[in-house]
Structures are given as C-alpha cells and as structure tokens.
Ligand binder design. Structure first.
Ligand code: ADP
Length: 634
C-alpha cells in the first residue's frame, strides 16, 4: 500500500509540529476535543430534522481512553464522521484549517514561541506529542469506515477499516519520553482531567473518561470490627470531566453570589473574594456574554511588567486566548474575567484580533460597564470602593496622566484624594460641592505624608480660612491635577508652587508697596545665601510662620525628587524661592539688623533658609555647618 505525500506546505508545518520547539504541546488535546465537538454539532444539527440519526442531544459525548501499556491516547466522538474523500481533504492538507494561519504567523515571526497558545492550530498539533496518529472514522449515512494513518512528514495512508458506530476516533501513539519532555504524562488521568478543566471545561457535550478510584470495602452487617484496619478496593467509574455549562452563560438569576465568587476564586487563583462581579449579556451588532470581576487586592506583581493583563476569550465555550489584552484598556487592567462570543472564529491570530471590529465593539462596551460598576460601588458601598481604590487607585491615576490626558474625562470621577479637613478620602465632586462660597480654587499639596503636609505654612493659612486641602502622597499624584487642569470649572492650585489667590485687591496693593519697601533687604538676603535661592520675596500667605521655600517655575520639589528617583542623570534641580513673612518678629529683627550688624544678619538669613528646607521636607545640605551656626547664635 503506497503512501501519499502531504501537500508541500502541510509538510513544512508537520515538520515544525514534529520537531516541536514549543512549550504548549498540551493544547493538542483542546484541538482534538474542539474538532470532536464541532463534528457532534454537525450531527446534532442534522438530528433536529432527520429522524434517522436516532440520537438525542444527551446521547452525544466525547470519550478519552488511555492504554498505558501501549502508550495510546484516544479521543473519540459520535459526531458526523468523515468519508474517505473528506479524510484526504481535511487531514492531508492544511489548506483551509487553523493550521494555515498558524504557519503564516510563524513565518512572519519565528521568535515568538508563545504564539502557539494563541491559535487553533488544529489537527496537526497531535504530532507535537504523537509519533503516529491514526484516525478511524465512519461518516453518518455511509456504510464504510476508513482509517487514516501517518507517522509524520513522510506521508499518510488511507485504508478501509472496521468501525460499527458513526463518528471519529483519533488514536495517538505518544512519543517516547525524553529528558526534557514527559509525553507519558498524557496517559495520566489527573493530567488529562486538568487539561480538560483548563481548556475545554465548557464544551457543551460531556467529555468522559474511565477514572480509577478507590473506596473502603463494605463490611457485611454484623462483621464490623472497630479494631480492624479498614480495607480499600480499587474500582473504575466513567466520569464527566467538564462542567459543560459555564457560569457566564447562565442567566444572572440562576447564579448565586457564592457561585460567582467561587468561580472567580477557582479560575483566577485568588483566595479573597472579589469586590464585585459584573455579568454581561449583549445581543446586537456583536452578540456576546461576559463575566467580569473587580478583585479586592492587587496581585503581588500588579505594578510590575510581569503582570499579564487581559480577559480570557472564549468562542462558544472553547478557550481561544488566555489573556486577550485588546479587550480591556490599560487603566482597567486589574479587571479579571471572561468574554465569550460565537462571532469569532477559533482560528484567529493575535494580529488579526487587534484589528477585529467585533472585539473593539466589545471592549468599548466593557469599558463603560466597568466604569458604571465602579461608580455604583463608590455610591453604594463606599468602604468597598475605598478598598478598591487603595489597591488600584494608582492605576486609575496612571490612566489619567498617560496618553496626554486623553482618558481624563472618562476617569476623573473615579478619583479619591485625602481631604485634610474631613480626614477621609473624598471624590473631586465631593470636594468642590463642599467648598465655601469664598473659595475659588481646588487646593492640593503633595508630599511624603499627611502629617508632613499638615505642617505647611500655606496649609495653615487655608485652614484659617476654612478651606479644605487635598493631600497627595503617591508619586503619580501631583501629575493628576496638572493633567486635569480643572474640575467642575475650578482650577487646581498647588500649595507649594502656585499663587493661592487669597488676598483682596487692597491687600494686593499693600503687598506691592511693602515689597518695594523691602527691596534692599531682599537683595541682601539673596546675596547672603550665596546662590542657594533664585530670589527672596515677602508674602502675606505665611500665617504664623516666618518663612517658607517654594520652587521657582512650574515644577515642584516633589516632582524633582520623583524625577531624581526615576533617572538621576536627567534630573534638573529646581530653583528655590525664599518667602518671608514681613509681620513675623524674627523677620523684622533680621530687617533691623542688616544696617547695624550685617554679619549677624547673614547668619539669621541662613537659619531661616534652613527652616524653609525643613518645612519643605528637603535635606539640609550641610548639617555640620548648620548645627555650628545654631550653636554660634545660641
Ligand atoms: P479546523 O478544525 O480548524 O478546520 P483541523 O486541522 O483541526 O482544522 O481539522 C481539519 C478538518 O478535519 C476539520 O475542519 C474537519 O472537517 C475535519 N475533522 C477533524 N477532526 C474531526 C472529527 N473528530 N470528526 C469529523 N471531522 C473532523
């Protein structure tokens, strides 16, 4: 019996599969089960109109069988089956199958060894684990059965065979174990069970296997003996490995909260229950179901590049992608869940997905749902929302400042900041709505800790006026108001850098006059500090404090520190401005001293400058010199 050659391109693909360099061999099982399920779909469809099929929905099944002695794994189905011609067509060439797309993608990018996980690579994937593949099939409505057999790239044979029932049986003679690869693991019942759970749990037909189990031997009535060790016996039982109906396909009313939570924990390996679940069912331009979760805690690797975002993408219960990134915008990357749509083919590549119209409709949809759910949480379950924000608020803030603020409108309502007045987290809306009539701006201060910020002289001035201040202590915080610029028509004012706009017109005029009056003294102080400040000025905003330091220009000291951490070489030092309170006795004393004792006045200026550093949470440049100076004065 002469062998038939595979078509040229099939041969190349086979070569690749046989000499598999991939880590995902295990997906072969998903592929074979998915083919079996498709074949059953076809016959089940026929059965709807054709009495002769003689099978009901519950008669259909996919069976796994192992023969450990011979190293055989069999996947069989009672689906539509294949005729001789179809075997030649379907298994002898990769022309239209998922394998073709796989091959094309590989040709483009040989380096992406992970690529296989993304594809329906089809029937050929069997050759990643098997040295010989035998397919027995009997097509529905035909009398003869056929056997297709191949040991790889040198070709295949098709011969008549005995098979009584309609359907297909794929028999894999597994490759021998090597040091790196234990193919024999595909003969272990628990391995197979896990693979079915992992990849094919929601196939709508039972996937069954004889499982070996053990149980306590029954002891006949009257012969029980407490002293005696219980005896065990082995038995086998035909088990269904898949659950068949995924929770996300069930109607919301049929699923309890516990079930939703349990599914989340199982599926995403989280021991904590999620803050919220979002079941979604959409029919329209794209028909899909989704089940999304807001986790309660950030995974340990969430803010690293190791974290993989994305939702699981299913096509009618068959997993086609573990982390489909295109379904979820970056700023919602903490969301976990699954999306299932029959509108996508199983054989779609990652590249194709990126430009897929259905997917972009779905992702736009999901984004709105997620935002709505978060706002609901904010409104109805504040404690949970704060938990959420503690875990993922930083991600939301990154979302606001990234892409030139493109997403700020979508995200700003989700923000929480610490209100110094209320002593709790508030939304921007809550802040603005609580503003007294006289307050024109949203005030914020950024620094290491709330305690530190509460000591800012500017803060005390605002506090006296009854104005609230948002305290920001995360490194990304300060960039948020810069990106937002304003909220509900109120602009943001940074306590450290901006004009707080607290004076009346008269007060401003008085200040200008005072500044002119202080000109010589300010020049003296600048010279005395010898390049440490870019200028000295007087200010009415200092409350009871003698001085403060503010940065010159738009960048704050906090940002300077941030950039220094990110890239020490690129960091630009921020110039400092020393502000003096002309009403403060020490400052007045300094003023009086400049004419009479300039040497001492210089020391006073240096001490006041150091105080400014301390209050701004900046290091004293020369601590030794500073303590000497203080001791000298004491
Ligand atoms: P794909 O499933 O993407 O079309 P495959 O290489 O997996 O590509 O399979 C090629 C074809 O072989 C299928 O389209 C189907 O017609 C046929 N086939 C594979 N497995 C079976 C099966 N168990 N029963 C009937 N037909 C099958």
């Amino acid at each position: 019996m002469s062998k038939k050659e595979f078509k040229a391109e099939s041969k190349r693909l086979l070569d690749m599969m046989i000499n598999s360099i991939y880590t995902h061999e295990e997906i072969f099982l998903r592929e074979l089960i998915s083919n079996a399920s498709d074949a059953i779909d076809k016959l089940a469809y026929l059965a709807l109109t054709d009495q002769n099929v003689g099978l009901n929905r519950e008669d259909f099944a996919i069976d796994l069988r192992v023969d450990k002695k011979l190293g055989l794994l069999t996947v069989s189905d009672n689906g539509i089956g294949m005729s001789k011609d179809e075997m030649e067509q379907n298994l002898g060439t990769i022309a239209k199958s998922g394998s073709l797309q796989f091959k094309q993608a590989l040709d483009k990018d040989q380096s992406d060894v992970d690529i296989i996980g993304q594809f329906g690579v089809g029937f050929y994937s069997a050759f990643m684990v098997a040295e010989t593949v035998t397919v027995l099939s009997k097509k529905y409505g035909e009398d003869e059965a056929w056997m297709w057999q191949s040991s790889g790239a040198d070709g295949y044979t098709v011969t008549p065979c005995e098979k009584t029932t309609v359907g297909t049986e794929v028999i894999l003679k597994l490759k021998a174990d090597t040091e790196d690869e234990k193919y024999s693991r595909f003969l272990e019942q628990y391995e197979l069970q896990n693979l079915v759970k992992k990849y094919s749990d929601y196939i709508r037909y039972p996937i069954r296997m004889e499982m070996e189990k053990s149980r306590r031997k029954e002891v006949p009535e009257g012969e029980q003996d407490e002293e005696k060790e219980p005896e065990w016996e082995n038995y086998t039982e035909l088990c269904t490995l898949n659950s068949m109906v995924p929770v996300w396909l069930k109607a919301k009313k049929d699923v309890t909260d516990e079930e939703y939570d349990g599914f989340y924990k199982d599926k995403f390996f989280d021991y904590e229950k999620p803050l919220a679940h979002i079941p979604i069912s959409v029919e329209g331009a794209v028909t899909y179901k989704a089940l999304l979760y807001i986790p309660a805690k950030a995974p340990y690797d969430f803010y690293t590049k190791d974290f993989k975002k994305g939702l699981q993408l299913y096509s009618s219960g068959v997993l086609i992608m573990e982390h489909c990134e295109d379904l979820i915008p970056d700023y919602f990357r903490f969301v976990r869940g699954v999306v299932d749509t029959a509108d996508l083919s199983l054989n779609i590549s990652r590249e194709m997905l990126q430009h897929n119209r259905q997917l972009s409709i779905i992702s736009g949809n999901l984004e709105k749902k997620i935002k709505q759910e978060l706002l609901n949480l904010q409104k109805d379950k504040r404690e949970d929302y704060e938990k959420f924000f503690t875990a993922f608020g930083r991600q939301i803030k990154y979302g606001i400042v990234s892409d030139y603020g493109m997403h700020k409108d979508a995200l700003q309502d989700l923000l929480l900041f610490w209100s110094a007045k209320e002593q709790k987290l508030v939304t921007l809306k809550e802040y603005v709505e609580a503003m007294p009539e006289a307050q024109k701006h949203i005030y914020f201060a950024a620094g290491e800790s709330n305690a530190r910020l509460a000591q800012l002289p500017q803060y005390q001035r605002l506090q006296d006026k009854g104005f609230d201040v948002l305290f920001m202590t995360e490194d990304v915080d300060e960039f948020v108001p810069r990106t937002l610029m304003n909220f509900m028509e109120k602009d943001f004012r940074n306590l450290a850098t901006d004009d707080l706009d607290l004076s009346t017109e008269d007060e401003k005029k008085a200040a200008e006059a005072a500044a002119a009056d202080w000109k010589d003294e300010l020049d003296f102080i600048k010279t005395a500090l010898d390049g440490k400040i870019s200028k000295a000025e007087i200010s009415a905003d200092l409350g009871s404090h003698p001085v403060c330091l503010v940065p010159e220009g738009g960048m704050s000291f906090e940002m300077e520190k941030y950039f220094k951490r990110m890239n020490p070489e690129m960091a630009m030092p921020v110039e400092k401005v020393l502000r003096l309170n002309p009403e403060h006795p020490v400052v007045q004393k300094l003023k009086g001293m400049i004419g009479s004792d300039p040497e001492k006045a210089k020391q006073y200026a240096q001490v006041l400058y150091a105080q400014g550093l301390i209050l701004a949470d900046l290091p004293i440049e020369d601590a030794q010199a500073y303590t000497d100076l203080i001791c000298g004065l004491l």
